[in-house]
Design a protein. Sequence first.
Length: 522
Amino acid sequence: MSNQQGTIAEKSEEQDDNVSEVEPQKDTMTSSEKQTAKVDVYAWRKRPSYTYQRHPLLSRRISQVFNVGEYRRDTVKFYADKDFFDPDNAEAVAVRNQCAQQALEDMCSYLSDDGEVAIFDATNTTRERRRSIYEYCSQTFCFRVFFVESICDSSEIVNLNIREVKLKSPDYKDVPQEEAVADFLSRIQQYEKRYETIDDTTERNYSFIKIFNCGERFLVHKIGGHIQSRVVYFLMNIHILPRTIYLTRHGESTLNQDLRIGGDSPLSANGKLYGEALAEYMGNEHIPDLIVWTSQMQRTIQTAAKINAPKEQWKALNEINAGICEGLTYMEIAERFPDELAARDQSKFYYRYPGGESYQDLVARLEPVIMELERAENVLVVCHQAVARCILGYFLNKDADDLPYTKVPLHTVIKLTPMAYGCLMECIPLHINAVNTHRRKPKNCRPDRTAHEALNDFLVTPLDPKPVLRTKSEIFYNSDGTRIKTTDVDGNRIQRNDSTSTDPGLNNICSVIHDLQTTNGE
């Protein structure tokens, strides 16, 4: 039997009272403008736009994982074998306890400073260890504590978990697979010597969830607060079964051809060709139990029409609502609403179109879709540019600065395969011509810029001048950020020459066109 327990700590509501909130948008209208507004229903468009400045509360990292295994590997540079986890090995126990305490102190320091939620990733398999964690967090710092225990008594699930997850651990780097499996099974036996399951009798004051055999059943006890209820909701929706998520934008539409945003236009001739190519590609993949999700807009429905699989239409997958800018070109927006375009360029994730949505709104709208993706097995999602950016942002762990500028070309299939500590991503262009709808962040975001300064190279690249390459990327989630390794079809490592973000390869990962250099594969 395999047992794994983790701890989630969060600030209590009382501690949040001294956190300053985002100041509400001020009324910038003058008295004369207000008088005009009584007779001019469009007067609000004429006043200066509110500049969306990111508040420190929103820009900081509010959650973090503290993995005791990483602390142990920093302390003990070389992992010997299972005997290090023997509870009768006094020297090793002292080292492991020291590492756990250091991780716990760092976690509480993080929560005391800027953090809101922290995950204490360790086994925590004894009542004494859980008691010390609970008392240190709740009594010393007044943090809320929530325990998560995963219990597996299915040998099949245990072996699958070891091969899919544990063998990717740094402990078993360059270790033969069978040797690593045998060692980890022996490590489990060492844990079982002192293992005590969490229960609602001796530990009735604790909040916890017990997950049996990766979701066969759940036991939830004493949930307190919104965050803990959301954690339970998430844990009850995820699974570890092998699956693939296919993501693509609709085929090119008639409004795309005119470089207009939004709307509900039909496919262009090239868009219809892409629908046929997509159906052929998905048929050749021979995906068992495939289901297709589209938005309720006709261009996604038409794109998926010829795919031989059950289809569902999601209103939540509709494109971002551009409000007063629906159906306009960027040139028209720059000329009619220069202040609005400048405000959006200054803070694209948080800016909300007048009468429309922001990317932040869209992320909230897509949460049920994300949860269903976590529950589902093999799915093809046919959606829109902003929607695809948000879904990719979830799986690629992108922040608010990078997410709205992720390049998702038309007529390209993105294949996501979740795996331990990350996911695999393949970008497969189907080589049907399409316009370029990606607008990079301009260097000049001031409201007094010219329209040409606002649109820069977007005006001169209506078509992608070079083909999108087929690439394969490995995305690794770490406590200190996300790492990525991208190769072409021949296995050559691809690197970006720019340095626009901490992980620049994540920004335009599907469009390695202009700024890449190829090196020998590792």
